[in-house]
Design a protein around this ligand. Structure first.
Ligand code: DX5
Ligand code: ZN
Length: 214
């Protein structure tokens, strides 16, 4: 299982320490939540913070854009060190164009679905994707309750990926812990984002290992 701890739940006064902790852990990716206060009702952080994270780790930076008009910033995200760039389907009018632009810049392309968006919305693009992200909470905040119908969406996505012979990785984000993580794994998830569960635990490094071994 790929584990992608979310820095949204880290201690921003000690971001260097926390990124170094993630770097030393079994986490394969580091999840970075960018929020603009328009697409979601919260604002997180932007390029300077991403650059600080990049400076302290060479792990895969898994960047989740919860912003309107992501096309305007693709180059900035590349230059700030993003490896995987995931946009929301609900924020993209010309999704095919956006996916191509992300790949042309040398990043892996991901598309995220809000809880209300059906998996079928990915039918025409799944073959072009490196990653498909199922949101198992409404995006905007860490520490929310897992929406259980997400399990079914993961199963549907796994089926779509098989049908279309896509190589997209299935990632799930929101309310992940050891219990929901295990259910998600059984349903077909290959990457799990975890914020509050990792940073709220007594030993984050050990928690990451446990998720990794699910
Ligand atoms: C929510 C973000 C998540 C968040 C997950 O909008 O996309 O990545 O950090 O936090 P937890 O794991 O606490 O639900
Ligand atoms: Zn996220």
């Amino acid at each position: 299982m790929i584990v992608s701890p979310s820095v949204l739940s880290c201690d921003f006064g000690n971001i260097e320490r926390d990124v170094k902790m993630l770097h030393s852990s079994d986490a394969q990716w580091i999840h970075i939540d960018v929020m603009d206060g328009v697409f979601v009702p919260n604002i997180s952080f932007g390029f300077p913070v991403l650059e600080v994270i990049r400076k302290h780790t060479d792990k895969v930076l898994d960047v989740h854009l919860m912003i309107e008009n992501p096309d305007n910033y693709l180059v900035n995200f590349k230059n700030s060190g993003s490896d995987i760039l995931t946009v929301h389907i609900e924020a993209c009018r010309h999704l095919n164009r956006t996916i191509s632009a992300i790949k042309e810049l040398g990043m892996k392309a991901g598309v995220a679905l809000n809880p209300h968006t059906p998996v079928s919305a990915l039918e025409e693009v799944i073959k072009d994707l490196d990653l498909a992200l199922i949101m198992s909470v409404n995006p905007g905040f860490g520490g929310q309750k897992f929406i259980h119908s997400s399990i079914d969406k993961v199963k549907k996505l796994a089926q779509l990926i098989q049908e279309k012979k896509s190589n997209a990785i299935i990632e799930v984000d929101g309310g992940v812990n050891l219990e929901t993580g295990l259910e998600l794994k059984k349903a077909g998830a290959q990457a799990l984002v975890a914020g509050s569960f990792v940073f709220g635990s007594a030993n984050p490094v050990e928690t990451i290992t446990r998720l990794n071994n699910l």
